[in-house]
Design a protein around this ligand. Structure first.
Ligand code: HEM
Length: 457
């Protein structure tokens, strides 16, 4: 009773703060309302900071963190704000390894060119290649719609999904926020939602990678798929490495339900849409209409329902499989999981970091231990840097063309500090580890976080 009486009032329920766009940075609440339209990274990204502790987003997105942080000195501080009532994110700049890597990246890769935006340049060729390929695939689809062209269109759509929409929504494709937003909107064209992606992917997954409560990627397919042994186990999980191949092709369909549901509930599984404007929300509706108009309605009018449906179904399946493969292998190999001791690849260090309380968690080490790389520069070009997932998680707002150079620094720092850096030679190599991990997670005993913490002590 006494504890409840002392608990700070939730600011989202306090009328005093209803008309203020506030955000918390390092324990202080600021009124960022007037700065939003002046934000050099664009309004869509800073909107992610509204109504929450933005420290982790802020410190992982600004390469010149000190320049961006200087703005807080000019913003109104909200004295007496119940900061403790707002969930805290870990602070990236408190991580020794992260700040050391960032220092070296600025010095050795960009040599001070960050002030002219060198870190966000270089993806123009990749963007042109991806867009040309998508236009050609759609032209072919419209010329002769059917299962084969539908499949090709799905692969082209997936290439958009992993490269230009993904990097655009991270603000990493250009120094111009408008270009990033337009490329980000390609997510809606291929059947997803750029708005939901920003909240789900950036606010939930990037900040809390492989957390069993806060990372939406761990939770959203549960109970069908069990991505963490801290989630209760059912008998059918023992077969998840097999039926995953039936679940994955349904991903595009699942997006449709998830996006519309999130629009009505104003939240994704892992994040509330606290700062999303009406214009941003309207992209969900317009995007869905446009997607189905291009994929289904036009081919239906030209070729009839049977052909149009065949094309749309094969599009949906091939897009889903490619996207699922690219996204899921990156955080789901045994090295990334707090698996039971004795299971192949289980790692005490990963277990210890992921089980730490948020405010004492080393964000940099978490990103490194919970992610896995495969391949090199060729994979980097075709996946928009997703194959160098460790570097992507440390620097989501840097253009992916710089990841191979950054990877050398990250690997070196990890070797010096004894931090496990997981790198596989190729996609098939990481894929086999991913399947092993799914098998292990399917049979691993259910161990709630509290139980695991005791085991480490
Ligand atoms: C909440 C308060 C925020 C403030 C005061 C702020 C301030 C700034 C400033 C001053 C810059 C220019 C930096 C430079 O010239 O080096 C900038 C750029 C940028 N911001 Fe923010 N920002 C905020 C939140 C965010 C958030 C939440 C995100 C991402 C989710 C973000 C993403 C970016 C990006 C991508 C750029 C351009 C790239 C870069 O500077 O490296 N910002 N911001």
């Amino acid at each position: 009773m006494a504890a409840a009486a002392c608990a700070p009032l939730d600011p989202s329920k306090d009328p005093k703060y209803r008309d203020i766009k506030w955000s918390i940075y390092r324990g202080k609440a600021y009124d960022i309302t007037d700065f939003i339209d002046r934000h050099p990274g664009g309004t869509w990204l800073i909107n992610l900071a509204v109504g929450r502790d933005c420290t982790a987003l802020f410190e992982s997105y600004h390469l010149r963190c000190e320049t961006a942080a200087a703005v807080f000195n000019k913003l109104p501080v909200l004295e007496g704000f119940p900061v403790d009532a707002v969930p805290r994110a870990p602070y990236p700049n408190d991580s020794d390894v992260y700040t050391a890597i960032r220092h070296r990246v600025r010095k050795e890769v960009f040599e001070g060119g960050e002030h002219v935006g060198a870190h966000r340049r270089g993806s123009e060729l990749a963007a042109a290649a991806v867009l040309s390929c998508a236009v050609a695939a759609y032209a072919l689809y419209m010329r002769s719609a059917g299962w084969f062209t539908g499949m090709l269109l799905g692969i082209a759509g997936a290439w958009i999904g992993v490269t230009i929409q993904h990097c655009g929504n991270h603000g990493a494709m250009s120094n111009n926020p408008l270009i990033n937003n337009l490329l980000g909107l390609c997510n809606d064209l291929i059947g997803g939602s750029s708005l939901m992606w920003r909240y789900h992917h950036q606010v939930s997954h990037h900040i809390h990678t492989n957390d069993d409560v806060l990372d939406e990627d761990v939770l959203s397919m549960y109970p069908i798929l069990r991505f963490d042994s801290r989630l209760p186990r059912y008998w059918f999980h023992a077969y998840q490495h097999l039926y995953i191949w039936v679940a994955y092709p349904l991903m595009h369909l699942a997006f449709q339900w998830g996006d519309i549901n999130s629009l009505f509930s104003s939240r994704t599984v892992g994040a509330e849409l606290l700062g999303a404007t009406t214009a941003e929300k309207s992209t969900v509706v317009v995007g869905k209409l446009l997607h189905y108009f291009l994929l289904l309605v036009i081919p239906w009018l030209v070729y009839g329902p049977a052909v149009a449906l065949t094309g749309a179904v094969t599009y949906s399946i091939s897009l889903s499989i490619v996207l699922a493969l690219m996204f899921f292998v990156s955080h789901n190999v045994p090295e990334n999981k707090p698996l039971a001791p004795g299971m192949s690849g289980a790692d005490d260090a990963t277990r210890a970091v992921l089980l730490n309380q948020l405010d004492s968690r080393d964000w940099g080490v978490q990103q490194i231990l919970a992610s896995a790389n495969w391949g090199g520069v060729v994979g980097n070009f075709f996946t928009g840097g997703l194959n160098l997932q460790i570097e992507h998680h440390l620097f989501p707002a840097i253009s992916f063309v710089h990841y191979p150079a950054i990877a050398r620094i990250v690997a070196d720092e990890c070797a010096q500090r004894g931090i496990r850096y997981t790198q596989y030679s190729s996609l098939p190599a990481i894929l086999s580890r991913f399947l092993l991990c799914m098998r292990q997670l399917g049979v691993a005993p259910y161990e709630p976080a509290a139980l695991l913490i005791n085991k480490i002590k």
